[in-house]
Design a protein around this ligand. Structure first.
Ligand SMILES: Nc1ncnc2c1ncn2[C@@H]1O[C@H](COP(=O)(O)OP(=O)(O)O)[C@@H](O)[C@H]1O
Ligand SMILES: Nc1ccn([C@H]2C[C@H](O)[C@@H](COP(=O)(O)OP(=O)(O)O)O2)c(=O)n1
Length: 291
């Protein structure tokens, strides 16, 4: 396998035997998924030593038109920014006003953990460490979510988070974003917000305990409530710092990549939520829902 995607108009190359058939190549052979890929995929070593999928051979027949997902043409906006910059908050507003479907890579990964899938433990450990989950896992989840959903406009939040994410998504789906919405915010402000996101007052615990005693289910219900109140496992100061480091080292280069293509729309995310949304609205005006 080569390190670079084979150009779409490359002459037919002799097929490279897959060294270890990846989930992608297996799924490509399965017509029931309805997923079409532009290239046969084989495993290779990524820049950071992780195993990623890369296209090996592109035949003319297999080339898929840009931004087609199966038979569906889609508009994709990548929403990027540091942890706690307000991506999720603003995505909810965009969904409400502009009819996009919000796909949060982090939420999809957390749902995968809860579903008890075979990758669950690996994903959970990586999230606890503030690391980025291998692209093949995240892309599969995004792709499935886009295929299941009838909408053709998607906000992909928190993805691509590194070069490997970006290149693998482009290679596998042939989708390139309409633009990238980038929430720019200082680390001090993001840290404050993330610690606040996990904060639950002592009074809330006392109130919940009281309620459990009232309905006589303290033993079973209260520990469950405590787990829910605990919030996200990665919103603690130690993991937050690791996530900031990963953001600067791995995610900022992705933003720079799209900036060089003039695709980045930068938002000052340090402002209060309604003011940030005013700026977001101006960017999404061309996508306003017909009333
Ligand atoms: N502009 C803002 N000003 C202050 N707090 C904000 C702002 N945007 C979001 N928040 C709060 O910060 C926390 C993190 O926001 P969130 O949207 O979950 O960020 P992200 O998805 O980028 O991690 C949440 O508790 C949210 O309510
Ligand atoms: N493309 C992605 C997106 C998220 N993840 C993992 C690693 C991230 O620290 C966690 C949480 O991501 P999420 O986007 O929900 O949250 P933050 O933007 O960090 O607040 O999920 C990933 O591995 N790959």
């Amino acid at each position: 396998a080569t390190d670079r995607p084979t150009p779409q108009h490359a002459p037919r190359a002799p097929p490279t035997p897959p060294c270890d058939p990846s989930p992608w190549s297996r799924r490509r052979a399965d017509p029931s998924t309805g997923i079409r890929f532009g290239a046969q995929l084989v495993r290779r070593r990524g820049a950071m030593g992780t195993v990623v999928d890369a296209p090996a051979v592109v035949t003319e027949k297999e080339v898929v038109a840009e931004n087609m997902l199966g038979d569906k043409k889609v508009t994709v906006v990548f929403v990027l920014g540091g942890p706690g910059s307000g991506k999720g908050t603003q995505c909810s507003n965009i969904v409400e006003h502009f009819g996009f479907t919000h796909l949060s890579a982090g939420d999809l990964l957390r749902a995968e953990i809860k579903s008890g899938s075979e990758n669950g433990t690996m994903i959970e450990n990586m999230i606890k460490e503030g690391k980025i989950v291998p692209s093949e896992v995240t892309i599969k989840l995004l792709q499935q979510a886009m295929i299941k959903n009838e909408n053709d406009k998607f906000l992909i939040d928190g993805f691509p988070r590194n070069e490997e994410n970006r290149a693998a998504f482009e290679n596998v789906t042939k989708i390139s974003p309409a633009f990238v919405l980038f929430f720019n915010c200082s680390e001090e402000e993001m840290e404050r917000r993330l610690l606040g996101r996990n904060e639950v007052s002592f009074f809330t615990y006392v109130l919940m305990f009281g309620l459990c005693i009232l309905i006589k289910t303290t033993l079973f219900l209260f520990p469950t409530i405590c787990i829910i109140l605990q919030g996200r496992v990665d919103d603690n100061i130690e993991t937050i710092r690791k996530r900031f480091k990963v953001f600067v080292e791995s995610s900022l280069p992705v933003i720079e990549y799209y900036d060089a293509k003039d695709k980045v729309k930068k938002i000052d995310a340090a402002k209060p939520i309604p003011e940030v949304f005013e700026d977001v609205k101006a960017i999404f005006a061309p996508y306003a829902k017909a009333t």
